[in-house]
Design a binder for this molecule. Structure first.
Ligand SMILES: Nc1nc2c(c(=O)[nH]1)N[C@H]1C(S)=C(S)[C@@H](COP(=O)(O)OP(=O)(O)OC[C@H]3O[C@@H](n4cnc5c(=O)[nH]c(N)nc54)[C@H](O)[C@@H]3O)O[C@H]1N2
Ligand SMILES: Nc1nc2c(c(=O)[nH]1)N[C@H]1C(S)=C(S)[C@@H](COP(=O)(O)OP(=O)(O)OC[C@H]3O[C@@H](n4cnc5c(=O)[nH]c(N)nc54)[C@H](O)[C@@H]3O)O[C@H]1N2
Ligand SMILES: [Mo]
Length: 768
């Protein structure tokens, strides 16, 4: 689509966004072009709303404060297309179930509360009052509070999620499965064990000071495009950007090369300049171990020659424990195992080690390529080991940076969306609200689904998200959810989860982040926390599409009021004035003193991070090296079986998790289709296949359940042999529910053992 003169004036103000070809295409294709553009200009500005896209931070001074994919997220939400009762009269649930995820969300915003009618297999309008009463009726009928699961997706605001966890705990359960369980759980758990805090230790401006940035298992060109900005500036200054990624991600290659940020987002630009290593899936722990092995060798050599060693001995002595155990583990790890497992040569790892050791200040970032494996906690801890050896924590321009997913997923955890709540959180709630919260741990997402399968759960309430499509093992997940007596979805748009109903089912339409939120005391703002522990206000600007939509906070309050009554708390008063909720937050959570006033600070306020101040709140008071051995295999559960391929399931450029904006994946050169699998050309040849042939993909697992997806197009790609990649959620049927991370219960979405066979029974007339 060509640039339109009518919107030219915005070009300068928004940092030349006109050259972001795809952004303009998305924005201008939608009916509300000007409104969308005005919105974009307000995203992440101190008076606007927080971008509902990713959790990257923003300095609020840059004019380039939105990105192409943020633009998609905003215009997707800001559509003026609404779904009304007439739509549901036309479509039965069974019919809608046969539609694609793209079709479902494309129908527009949900505009009124709906209740499922099993007789007609249709959703029909229900009043808010009746909906809340129905929920209360189901919950009052439970034998025990743990028959309730309260799922959360990471877009919910701090205010809504704080009320939600309070409601759940007053009701008597810690069953708070959330998207984080499928996402960065290993980062939270691993970092907590290593440095006492389950969050990143850096500020956004540390990127301006780093000499080297190591990026593990992350595709920022698509999933955190604003990170390109920080990386580009770093590269401009001459900092090294070292990428470990199984796939050649063209987005990453391009912005690794210092260029104009606007060019980075267009398909035209770029050469490869910084180091790009392509480990095997799950090979990052071995890769880091290899780097440390090389560094240890140099360290000892230097000492033997009478020089100071390489490591920061003072930091290690002062702030850490168990270094000897760790170094013994490094010594015990053979190069052969490192090379086999990482898929990288000793020479490559020595080269990476040299770049690392030459840098004064190093940041390590990572995302799902690290966290969605069986040994993810150990991998996160291995990255922490490396940084601890060199004292790369608690100094400017250095540290650990798990790059979060959903825009407020970190804030949700801070607010207490946590199935294993720390005692301090519960003590704080107990003292302030005068009740005894449940102390037993609740269910994570996988545990919740398992409990549903056993028939132990009667009610599922979901504050956003798309559990049925986001969770693994689609067939088992769907039958698990169908066993519920009641499913309730608080949502902006129709999605697959709404079609997997319990005996009773409700869809409750909510306002999005971009919309004005008027309550009894007037216009409200909410708060969110980004990947850098910055908390800031977010206030919508668009008028709601329907008077029947309610804010998430008001819906949670409505449920709590109907179920628990006003005696517990004046929930409706809280929903009328979010400032009152923030006062409760300030009174019960550390770091939020004077919360309401600090929301006025432009750009928000920093919550603080003990580890970044070299206070390590582990049981020993020190940062802990982890001496874990490399895993013998990624799949101990099927040890002995030959596994021809390891499959990762990942995102295209045109999706936000289960929300499919379009059918293209521009940087990977895929257009108009999603049923593809990326494979090394040698592997294709070995299988007797040609580029573009169709294959069936089948999971190898120990339980004899048939997990297969059919007719995927095999595409020759720059990926190490033996490794495959395909899009999620289409490949979720392949991820076994019982395949999850050690100590995390995170589905192993980036390592699924599979075999490929030529496709059977595929129609020949499909769109390619
Ligand atoms: N536009 C957009 N933005 C998003 C999202 C979205 O769907 N769309 N989702 C949001 C959410 S919730 C999240 S969690 C993040 C996800 O952000 P990412 O983690 O970037 O998401 P994935 O697409 O899963 O990509 C995983 C990347 O890691 C690589 N990889 C996979 N396995 C391995 C491995 O074992 N080792 C190494 N070294 N590399 C590996 C893959 O090749 C791929 O580049 O993005 C957030 N932002
Ligand atoms: N195979 C495989 N599976 C994965 C992953 C993977 O990489 N591979 N990634 C995992 C990860 S990292 C994550 S985070 C999860 C994501 O899991 P979820 O967070 O459950 O899924 P989303 O697709 O982000 O949810 C999209 C839905 O959220 C609703 N929504 C959007 N905005 C709002 C809002 O403002 N309020 C409310 N109430 N609802 C809203 C819309 O109805 C939309 O349909 O998926 C996980 N599943
Ligand atoms: Mo995520």
């Amino acid at each position: 689509m060509k640039f339109k003169p009518s919107i030219k004036p915005y070009q300068g103000a928004a940092g030349g966004w006109g050259s972001l070809e795809a952004t303009t295409r998305y924005v201008l294709d939608s009916k509300q072009a000007f409104k969308n553009i005005r919105n974009l200009l307000r995203v992440n500005k101190s008076k606007g709303f927080d971008c509902p896209g990713c959790a990257w931070g923003d300095d609020n001074t840059s004019t380039f404060s939105f990105c192409e994919n943020g633009a998609k997220a905003v215009s997707w939400e800001a559509t003026r297309k609404g779904l009304d009762a007439a739509f549901f009269e036309q479509h039965s649930v069974a019919n809608l179930y046969r539609q694609s995820d793209y079709f479902l969300e494309y129908q527009g915003r949900l505009t009124q509360p709906l209740r499922y009618n099993a007789q007609t297999d249709r959703y029909a309008p229900i009043s808010w009052q009746a909906a809340f009463a129905l929920i209360a009726q189901h919950l009052h009928g439970l034998d025990n509070p743990n028959q309730l699961e309260l799922y959360t997706s990471g877009r919910a605001s701090n205010e809504a999620s704080y009320l939600y966890q309070l409601f759940g705990r007053m009701f008597g359960t810690n069953n708070f499965p959330d998207c984080s369980n499928m996402c960065h759980e290993a980062s939270g758990s691993g970092l907590k064990q290593s440095i006492g805090v389950g969050k990143g230790t850096i500020h956004l401006n540390d990127f301006a000071l780093a000499d080297a940035i190591f990026v593990f298992g992350q595709n920022p060109g698509t999933n955190h495009p604003r990170m390109l900005h920080s990386l580009r500036h770093a590269a401009d200054r001459g900092a090294s950007i070292v990428t470990f990624n199984t796939l050649r991600e063209r987005g990453l290659e391009r912005f690794a090369d210092p260029q104009n940020p606007l060019e980075l987002l267009t398909p035209k630009s770029g050469r490869i300049s910084s180091r790009y290593y392509q480990p095997n899936l799950g090979g990052d722990m071995a890769a880091v171990r290899g780097m440390v092995k090389a560094l240890l060798e140099t360290h000892r050599q230097r000492q033997a020659e009478g020089h100071a060693g390489l490591f920061d001995e003072q930091f290690i002595a002062l702030h850490t424990q168990q270094v000897a155990d760790y170094l013994a583990a490094v010594d015990a790890t053979e190069w052969q195992q490192i090379v086999d497992q990482s898929g990288l040569s000793e020479q490559q790892l020595r080269e990476a080690a040299t770049i690392y050791q030459q840098a004064e200040r190093v940041i390590c970032t990572w995302a799902m390529g690290v966290t969605q494996h069986k040994h993810s906690i150990n991998t996160v801890r291995e990255i922490a080991n490396l940084q601890l050896l060199f004292g790369q924590i608690g100094k400017p321009g250095a540290g650990l940076c798990p790059v979060r997913g959903h825009s407020n997923v970190q804030g949700n955890r801070t607010m207490g969306i946590d199935e294993k709540p720390p005692a301090a959180l519960l003590d704080g709630l107990a003292a302030h609200f005068h009740f005894e919260p449940p102390r037993a741990p609740g269910h994570s997402t996988v545990e919740a689904l398992e409990a549903m399968l056993r028939g132990d759960v009667k009610v599922l309430i979901a504050l956003g998200g798309n559990l049925a499509a986001a969770a693994p093992d689609t067939a088992r997940t769907e039958s698990a959810i169908r066993r519920c007596g009641l499913t309730v979805h608080i949502a902006t748009k129709l999605n697959r989860s709404h079609l997997i109903t319990g005996a009773d089912a409700l869809i409750l339409p909510t306002l999005g982040r971009t919309e004005r939120d008027i309550q009894t005391t007037g216009s409200q703002y909410v708060t969110v926390e980004d990947s850098f522990s910055m908390v800031h206000a977010s206030e919508g600007v668009n008028p709601p599409l329907s008077a029947l939509q309610r804010s998430e906070t008001a819906i949670v309050a409505g449920i709590a009021d109907a179920v628990l009554g006003r005696e517990t708390l004046d929930w409706l008063q809280l929903a009328g004035d979010y400032g009152l909720i923030r006062e409760h937050i300030a009174a019960t959570l550390p770091g939020f003193a004077d919360f309401n006033r600090r929301c006025e600070e432009p750009g928000g306020f920093y919550l603080g991070n003990a580890a970044a101040e070299l206070r390590f709140t582990t049981p020993t008071g020190k940062a802990m090296f982890s001496a874990a051995a490399l895993p013998d295999t990624l799949f101990p559960q099927i040890a002995g079986q030959v596994v021809p391929f390891t499959l990762q399931t990942l995102r295209s450029h045109d999706q936000y998790n289960t929300t499919i904006y379009g059918m293209d994946d521009r940087y990977r050169g895929v257009y108009g289709q999603r049923d593809v699998v990326f494979i090394h050309p040698q592997d294709l040849a070995k299988l007797g296949l040609r580029d573009g042939d169709r294959v069936d993909i089948e999971t190898l697992w120990h339980d004899n359940v048939n997990r297969k997806v059919r007719g995927f197009k095999a595409i020759a790609y720059d990926i190490p042999p033996g490794n495959l990649a395909a899009y999620y959620p289409e490949t979720n049927p392949l991820v076994p529910l019982s395949s999850f991370g050690d100590g995390t219960h995170t589905p192993t979405s980036k390592s699924v053992p599979v075999r490929l066979t030529p496709a059977q029974n595929v129609a020949t007339d499909r769109i390619i």
